[in-house]
Design a protein around this ligand. Structure first.
Ligand code: GAP
Length: 454
């Protein structure tokens, strides 16, 4: 991101949010009713970007491996799940309320001086005492409302895997080490949702619970440090903006004996992108105790019976989408050859890796009113669409404007059919988004040429 082009961090976020809305990536949830804080709706390009990221994750962590089992557990779970996991008693943030304006804040996010003086950041009124606020969304299942019908929207996908551990053992008989992997929605009633997709109330997680013999936890932990970094590279994030933070004793989640946060340099500061935790046997032991179901593993070789320990790499999917957008958002000056007036202009665009770009290639006839050009362009479009899928046809407006539209949504390549294609038979032009450079490529070589780049 070229920071010198903008006036400050919040401007960068504003530009990203505005581009995301204008170009159909992400909209405010329930916007026509004034929105619902902490919710976001994905439009066509956002869905495609998110799906590409999700597919890359699934390929790396599930389909490319022999030791990983995919899952898709229900969002609503028996409330005992959350009693055993510690979420009913402990999944809370400190909340303070202003006695005057009644606004509520997360105590640890208020300016230290204001908090010490017990002053409301909004109206200057006096703040009450901090109390713990449970972040789970509570609901009732069925028509009868009583203690037994309580359920929660899951605050993490992890527990859906722990409660299916025995099912997996019984149906697949896997040998340690092995993992369960799941992608799905999670819900947290965040006191202060903020920073676009960064802290939402409804979001998606991509999680792995990897079961090991306790003696092997350290090497498995290191293996996943490498895998998290490899995934970060897969989606095209700048490794220099990602930092590992060892979470000290006393600051880790109740279930963890070691945690590394992978932090990212967001436009609003360095904060968590992903987490990697050594959850020990905390969850399986707690579920075994409350459910009275044995959740042990029998090692055929050593004839030992034990509860496996867990290494958990946990990724926010929406946070990945946001990091990818922040990383890709670029402003530069595009050369005169592409601007209508022949002078340089500022271009705002997404430098997305081809692997995640919602549209990989756009195909244009040079002129819309020349049927022979349009016909040929449609043939090329059909050929590329069959091969690459995410290909778009555009004949609207002048060629410079079409390039700008594609740059804005991060399309890496634009293919133009001009009179030389028809009259001289010397191929098409392929224009590179980042450099703006155009290359003439023979029609017969076009697919191979693009396959090498995408
Ligand atoms: N199962 C472990 C777990 O849920 P976490 O650190 O609370 O750990 C894991 O969450 C990941 O989920 C985070 O690293 C982040 O990427 C994402 N995440 C957590 N809360 C979020 C929120 N409110 N909005 C968006 N993403 C969130």
């Amino acid at each position: 991101m070229k920071k010198e082009k903008v006036n400050g961090e919040s401007d960068v976020m504003e530009s990203i949010i505005s581009l995301a809305k204008r170009r159909g990536f992400i909209f405010q949830g329930s916007e026509i009713y004034g929105g619902l804080a902490g919710t976001w709706d994905y439009g066509p390009y956002g869905v495609a970007l998110k799906k590409n990221i999700r597919d890359i994750w699934w390929k790396r962590f599930v389909s490319d491996r022999d030791d990983m089992y995919g899952m898709d557990a229900a969002i609503l779970m028996n409330q005992k799940t959350w009693q055993a996991s510690g979420h009913v008693s402990g999944f809370s943030d400190p909340l303070v309320e202003c006695k005057k304006c009644k606004h509520r804040f997360r105590a640890d996010q208020i300016d230290v001086a204001l908090f010490a003086a017990k002053k409301c950041p909004d109206c200057g009124g006096s703040l009450g005492e901090a109390r713990q606020f449970n972040m789970m969304f509570k609901t009732q299942v069925g028509a009868v409302e009583n203690e037994d019908s309580i359920s929660y929207l899951r605050p993490e996908t992890a527990q859906g895997m722990f409660v299916n551990f025995k099912n997996l053992l019984d149906s697949f008989h896997p040998k340690l080490p092995f993992g369960m992997a799941q992608i799905g929605k999670a819900f947290r009633n965040e006191i202060a949702p903020r920073d676009f997709l960064f802290r939402a109330r409804e979001f998606e997680q991509m999680e792995i619970e990897y079961f090991v013999n306790p003696k092997d936890w350290k090497e498995t932990f290191e293996h996943f440090v490498g895998e998290v970094k490899a995934f970060i590279a897969d989606v095209g994030l700048d490794a220099k903006k990602v930092h590992e933070l060892e979470i000290p004793d006393g600051e880790r989640a109740h279930y963890s004996k070691r945690t590394i946060d992978f932090e990212y340099d967001w436009p609003f500061g360095r904060k968590e992108l992903y987490g990697l935790a050594y959850r020990t046997d905390f969850d399986l032991s707690a579920h075994a105790k409350l459910s009275k179901v044995t959740l042990e593993y029998f090692d055929e070789e050593s004839k030992e019976k034990f509860i496996p320990h867990v290494i958990e790499p946990s990724f926010g999917l929406d946070r990945t989408v946001l990091a990818v957008l922040c990383d890709a958002y670029t402003e530069d000056e595009m050369g005169s050859d592409e601007s209508k007036e022949g002078k340089k202009e500022t271009r705002k665009y997404l430098k997305l890796a081809p692997s995640v770009a919602p549209v990989k290639i756009a195909v244009f006839p040079l002129l819309k009113n020349k049927p022979e050009l349009v016909k040929k362009a449609k043939e090329v479009y059909a050929l590329l669409k069959k091969q690459f899928g995410a290909v778009l046809f555009d004949d609207n407006g002048n060629i410079g404007k079409r390039y700008r539209r594609e740059d804005e949504i991060g399309t890496p390549f634009c293919v133009t059919i001009d009179f030389d294609t028809l009259e001289k038979g010397n191929g098409v032009t392929v224009r590179d988004r980042d450099s703006g450079k155009q290359e003439r490529v023979g029609e017969d070589e076009l697919v191979t040429y693009l396959l090498k780049k995408i």
